[in-house]
Design a protein around this ligand. Structure first.
Ligand code: HDE
Length: 692
């Protein structure tokens, strides 16, 4: 044996062999592998032998590891959890998961960005997917939503055009994961129906701080159907327990460099430490009378129903409590399909929803390679499944016996399942009729009023961000006529906004207003629910404080800061000049979570600086330390500091006139808890005025 080993390797490599509880390595055929380090060769320095079945099998499998990525929503991250119903909704729906108070239904959730490829960065300016698979006792229900309640287009036939225009341009293969390029703005400026969605995309909603701090929406109107067959319209909402939070665009750009996996890491870490992300499921419920008198068409996916008109009733909560065991098996192979609904829920004729119902099944076939993807554990229903579908690639759930058709006259035990009119799915008998035509309903023609309502419902800070985002994106557009056309359309939304963008772009003059298909409503009632900043959350829970420490830092203050942060339900990360950590004032050693160069302040919701005077003077000479402070300042973050940190603050341009977003902590100054209190405001926007 030793001789053989010596013959195998002369490079001093480590051979780890099976034994002592470690299983033997095998091939896919179950044959135990004797040597996993060397291919079979003829002669010591000779050619490889084709009969090396282990090598051949291993490389073959590796060559086929990738499956086609999703054509949209390629970059995503999933987790398991449960949905808990608050109270029986049997007066509204016969859907089994809503029948019993306290009932828990297993779920799998996948969050995603839309435009970027699988390896793109998390903080792209983009809509986020929020797809939930409920494994109910009466089959799988997929609520495949987004974090924005409207969409770009009104007809599914435009989806390939939209996606082509948004993704990287076909000749050059870039830019990826961004809409800041000619093709996107060319297309949307020619599609006035996208105006409302664009307002959301240019707003802070498109750069969420993490998945945990964003809302979700089913977008379309759906139906709930009760046991008597009565239909109630419903729009689905997800409300994050921790409130909404977004980052500044300048932060997003920097986070993408510092940690392109910022969002998935955040979800993984939160679940890992038991800080379980939670959302409430909300329903806006309405009937035909409301639909008839509502100012817009409830089938138009470019419109919302303001919460002030139909309140959101909270009916249950979603808790994510388990990360995936294997990213590929679960997050990558999960197959959401909008047509997966259960008895008690039904579609409406929203044209986009109808188109989606075709697309999702089709795309799974391409992506997962065959029709049997429903047998994969992440896709398989948790309730009994019985049918006569058979064979195909990778058939795993094969029927037994002779009967593979029905009706048949084989005995009950072997004759297989039959339809069940009592328990089965019944389509709502919606009366429809009319000529077969290709047309856009007249009732979908108002493209600007709700865009205006959204804009007017934002705080001044948020409005500033919207204007800045338009200017940023359109400044990347090379063709001046596209920039001008976009501004011409925006004059229908808000003259001030259009003028501000025109100024930001340096347009020589304000272009003529684009003619509107229908005259927009000039004075829509604001909907306060549409603003992020106007709605709290006034809590630092679930957020992260970055504490920059140096040798000699005040040990007692650090302990106090940790305790106050934990009491606020937040987490601390220690950042030091070296990852090995620092020796603090009481002689103890504090291990760092991050080395300063790898932990810019954009990764934190607030920061604290605990340094000695000498160490602060040393840090002041390092650009990375100065950036740490000046970025936190520019991003309106709350900053705690000790007196001794003055040299670093001064080097970052903050010699005097610190605003109320800065708080001196430590002996003779504020207690750490006072700082955490302030952090509950999340950002000190006054520092920026409305200057972005
Ligand atoms: Fe999708 N969409 N979509 N979409 N969508 C896909 O299905 C499509 C739309 C959404 O995490 C694809 O499995 C069409 C609206 C999410 O796996 C594909 C139209 C909303 C996800 C597809 C839309 C969504 C997808 C690509 C216009 C919000 C990711 C991969 C008619 C309500 C699901 C896949 C996951 C994925 C088609 C518009 C949400 C090609 C044709 C509106 C969250 O089937």
């Amino acid at each position: 044996m030793d001789e053989q080993r010596a013959a195998r390797g002369s490079g001093g490599e480590t051979h780890q062999v099976a034994g002592a509880g470690r299983p033997s390595l095998t091939t896919q055929q179950g044959v135990v592998v004797g040597d996993g380090q060397n291919t079979l060769r003829v002669g010591e320095r000779g050619p490889a032998a084709l009969e090396d079945s282990h090598f051949r099998e291993k490389i073959f499998h590796f060559d086929h590891e990738r499956i086609p990525e999703r054509v949209v929503h390629a970059r995503g991250y999933g987790a398991h959890g449960y949905f808990e119903t608050y109270e029986s909704l049997s007066d509204l729906t016969r859907a089994d998961l809503f029948q019993r108070a306290g009932e828990r239904t297993e779920v799998f959730v996948r969050f995603s960005t839309v435009a970027g490829n699988k390896g793109s960065a998390d903080l792209a300016r983009d809509v986020r997917g929020f797809a939930v698979k409920f494994y109910t006792r009466e089959g799988n229900w997929d609520l495949v939503g987004n974090n924005i309640p409207v969409f770009f287009i009104q007809d599914p036939i435009k989806f390939p055009d939209l996606v082509h225009a948004a993704k990287q341009e076909p000749d050059r293969g870039f830019p990826q994961a961004q809409t800041a390029h000619d093709n996107f703005w060319d297309f949307v400026s020619l599609m006035p129906e996208s105006t409302h969605m664009l307002m959301w995309i240019m707003s802070d909603r498109a750069v969420p701080r993490s998945f945990r701090f964003m809302e979700g929406f089913g977008v379309h109107s759906f139906r709930l159907i009760d046991a008597a067959g009565r239909s109630t319209y419903v729009k689905f909402h997800w409300k994050p327990k921790l409130g909404l939070q977004s980052v500044l665009w300048n932060e997003a750009v920097k986070i993408n460099g510092a940690d392109p996996d910022f969002h998935r890491r955040d979800l993984w870490d939160a679940i890992g430490r038991g800080d379980l992300p939670e959302w409430e499921l909300g329903m806006q419920l309405f009937d035909d009378d409301f639909a008839d008198r509502f100012a817009f068409d409830v089938l138009d996916p470019t419109k919302i129903i303001p919460e002030e008109e139909i309140p959101v009733r909270r009916v249950g909560r979603l808790v994510l409590d388990r990360v995936v065991d294997n990213f590929f098996a679960e997050t990558e192979q999960v197959a959401f399909c909008t047509q997966n609904i259960v008895p008690g829920i039904d579609f409406t004729n929203d044209p986009l929803l109808q188109g989606r119902n075709f697309s999702y099944l089709d795309t799974q076939l391409k992506r997962l390679g065959g029709p049997n993807f429903t047998s994969l554990p992440v896709n398989a229903p948790r309730c009994p499944v019985a049918h006569f579908q058979q064979d195909g690639h990778m058939a795993l759930a094969n029927p037994r016996g002779r009967a593979n058709y029905e009706p048949n006259s084989w005995p009950e035990q072997t004759g297989g399942p039959r339809e069940d009119p009592e328990r089965g799915f019944v389509t709502h008998p919606d009366a429809v009729g009319g000529a077969k035509r290709r047309l856009r309903p007249e009732s979908f023609a108002d493209h600007y009023s709700q865009a205006r309502q959204f804009y007017l419902s934002q705080t001044p800070t948020e409005r500033r961000h919207i204007a800045d985002a338009y200017v940023f994106e359109l400044s990347k557009v090379e063709r001046p006529d596209i920039r001008a056309r976009m501004v011409a359309g925006l004059r229908n939304v808000d003259e001030d906004l259009a003028a501000e963008i025109a100024r930001g772009l340096g347009l020589p003059s304000l272009p003529d207003t684009l003619p509107a298909a229908r005259e927009p409503i000039r004075d829509p009632a604001p909907s306060p629910a549409l603003s992020i900043l106007a709605n709290g959350p006034h809590s630092f829970a679930g957020r992260k404080l970055g504490v920059l420490v140096t040798d000699g830092a005040d040990a007692a203050l650090l302990a106090e800061l940790r305790a106050a942060t934990e009491a606020a339900g937040a987490t601390v990360e220690i950042i030091a000049p070296v990852v090995g950590g620092v020796d603090v004032s009481d002689g103890g050693h504090v291990v760092a979570d991050q080395k300063l160069d790898g932990a810019p302040s954009v990764l934190y919701d607030a920061v604290a600086i605990l340094a000695t005077k000498d160490a602060a003077a040393q840090l002041a000479r390092r650009p990375v330390a100065r950036d740490f402070v000046s970025d936190a300042t520019a991003h309106a973050k709350f900053i705690a500091y000790v007196d001794e940190a003055a040299p670093l603050l001064a080097a970052a341009g903050l010699a005097e006139g610190l605003d109320d977003g800065f708080l001196r902590i430590g002996p003779g100054a504020h207690p750490a808890a006072a700082f955490l209190d302030r952090c509950g405001q999340l950002r000190y926007w006054d520092r920026l005025g409305t200057q972005g």
